[in-house]
Design a protein around this ligand. Sequence first.
Ligand SMILES: [Zn+2]
Length: 159
Amino acid sequence: MPKNTGSLLAGRNLAPLSPEEIRRASNTFLGLDKGVNARYDPTARSVFRVSVDAGEEYGEIVFGPDIYPGSSVVDPNSALSLDAAAAHELTHYHRWKSKIALSEDALEELDEALTSLEAILRYDLHLSESDRRQLVSDAMQRIQRHVKQFREGKDAKVS
Ligand SMILES: [Zn+2]
């Protein structure tokens, strides 16, 4: 993921989380993957990011209120469940660790699509049928966004 601007699209939950909701989200991350650090920041958009501490790079997930789905029923990303969104963020971590994340800005949407698809493979047994369908829909939306950007970029060059 090239930018630290957020991993999920607009349209998700914006309401502040209650202590119970924060606990539930933390437990969801832990239930999927004990080895990855995920912490709550009420002002953050959910994101996987790489930070440096004492000269050493480490990856961490920061989640905000948007880790919960929004009310839009037409937008696949908005509809991602808590479990599906957590699996997506955790997969960013593993793609970074394995050095397979696409770092080019122009490939951001494709990296997001691959992340949602890989999340299905990686966390298959932890996800419901509905979670898996949501991640496929999210990947399709990301690829469509990439195609749109690609075509607009081409149009910009010829005109
Ligand atoms: Zn993402």
